[in-house]
Design a protein around this ligand. Structure first.
Ligand code: ADP
Length: 403
């Protein structure tokens, strides 16, 4: 089945056309500057990339342009739109309403609109993307694959914040967790590698990118995860602070005369690696270069990360009463050997023994690679994430079920 996977931002629309029979990506690209100009970058494996500036006044126009590009005799990979059987949308927040991948209908759209309150920017962008696809491809089944959904199995003691019950109910405040599609993909791969029944597995998945989260996956289900009500919770990230003493928030607001919006923006954009490194960079590559030149602030930023990862491994091993496998994924998890090494240091108490040579040797070719020693009780793996493939597969499963 050919499935178009769409990830809509407020002014962008990323797309990948999958052939789910073999998982191949036939074409992918991005429409950018929607509403303020317009540009498309379109990539087909084995061909030269194509870029063009084309006016895109809204997401519907952007979708029409990307579909025309996919069907174009010179740039395209399909003859007509009829070959696309369904569209899968990446949704960041399903709130209290959407807890699994689902076919779009009026009721589902209403539920998604209910998330505008807790995730206004992402949800508004998703709604524009969905409406754009419905208008540009009328009659095609549209499926939502939701980043919070995989975490909906958490027990109340993991998802409840110690706030008054009525306040949590009134505003739907709880731990939701994010990157769920990635945690689901890599834990699913890890379960296959372990070769035991899913019910018997205990896995920690570390999705480390610009935004990062760690999940405890027991018996194939999430029992806890580091991100919370928003993707700001957890541990140090590129420019997000993660968990801090909550009293720091009103303290800084008062001292600096910040509004709630300004404070929120500050914690999302000015903290994390960027903040600790004294404004140097939110990107690990730059921090790595600075560390090589002796920059102690850059080193502290990375030391905070590896220390906090070790604390999560300890906490989640305790929460699951054991650990079979530890998985690293996403930009940092897949590429930064020194961060994986330091995160696994002095963890023999937990049965983690890293093979430093294997860890160094992983110049990944998109493979799942074991980086622990044979005697390591806990298997440590690097598994490149593939959220888009998960979205395509969920979409196929749901659309097949309609037939
Ligand atoms: P996002 O959360 O935006 O999807 P990524 O998963 O791409 O982010 O992760 C971004 C982080 O991963 C950056 O800190 C970057 O330095 C690091 N990273 C990504 N790709 C590489 C690479 N090929 N080599 C080294 N570091 C990388």
């Amino acid at each position: 089945m050919k499935v178009l996977v769409v990830n809509a931002g407020s002014s962008s629309l990323k797309y990948q056309l999958f052939d789910t029979s073999n998982g191949d990506v036939l074409a992918k690209g991005i429409c950018e500057r929607i509403g303020i100009g317009g540009a498309i970058t379109h990539k087909v494996p084995g061909r030269e990339n194509y870029s063009a500036e084309i006016e895109m006044k809204n997401h519907t126009v952007a979708t029409r342009i990307l579909v025309e590009t996919l069907c174009s005799p010179t740039l395209g990979v399909i003859k007509s739109m009829d070959e696309i059987e369904a569209v899968g949308h990446r949704i960041v927040h399903g709130g209290a309403y959407l807890k699994e991948s689902v076919l779009v209908d009026d009721d589902v759209l209403e539920k998604l609109k209910g998330c505008l309150d807790i995730a206004p920017l992402h949800t508004a962008a998703h709604l524009m993307g969905i409406h754009g696809c419905i208008e540009a491809m009328p009659g095609k089944p549209q499926v939502l694959v939701i980043d919070t959904a995989f975490h909906s199995t958490m027990p109340p003691e993991a998802y409840t914040y110690p706030l008054p019950k009525d306040m949590c109910e009134k505003y739907h405040i709880r731990r939701y967790g994010f990157h769920g599609t990635s945690h689901r993909y890599v834990s699913g791969e890890m379960i296959k590698i372990l070769g035991k029944p899913a019910e018997a597995t205990k896995i920690i998945t570390c999705h480390l990118g610009n935004g990062s989260s760690i999940s405890a996956v027991k018996g194939g289900e999430v029992i806890d995860t580091s991100m919370g009500f928003t993707p700001l919770d957890g541990f140090i990230m590129g420019s997000r602070c993660g968990s801090i003493d909550p009293a720091i928030v009103p303290f800084i607001m008062e001292k600096e005369g910040m509004t709630p919006d300004e404070m929120n923006n500050f914690m999302n954009k000015n903290c994390g690696f960027l903040g600790v490194s004294g404004g140097l960079s939110s990107d690990c590559r730059n921090l790595g270069e600075a560390i090589a030149e002796g920059n102690s602030d850059a080193k502290l930023a990375i030391d905070i990360l590896t220390y906090q990862i070790r604390k999560y491994i300890g906490a989640y091993s305790a929460a699951m009463n054991g650990l079979d496998a530890l998985v690293f994924t996403a930009g940092i998890g897949e590429n930064r050997t020194e961060i994986r090494r330091d995160a696994c240091q002095n963890m023999d108490f937990f049965g983690i023994v890293l093979d430093e040579e294997k860890n160094e040797a992983t110049k990944l070719q998109g493979d799942n690679v074991c980086i622990s020693k044979p005697e390591s009780k806990v298997k440590v793996y690097v598994i490149p994430t593939n959220e888009e493939l998960m979205i395509a597969q969920d979409t196929e499963r749901i659309v097949q079920g309609l037939k």
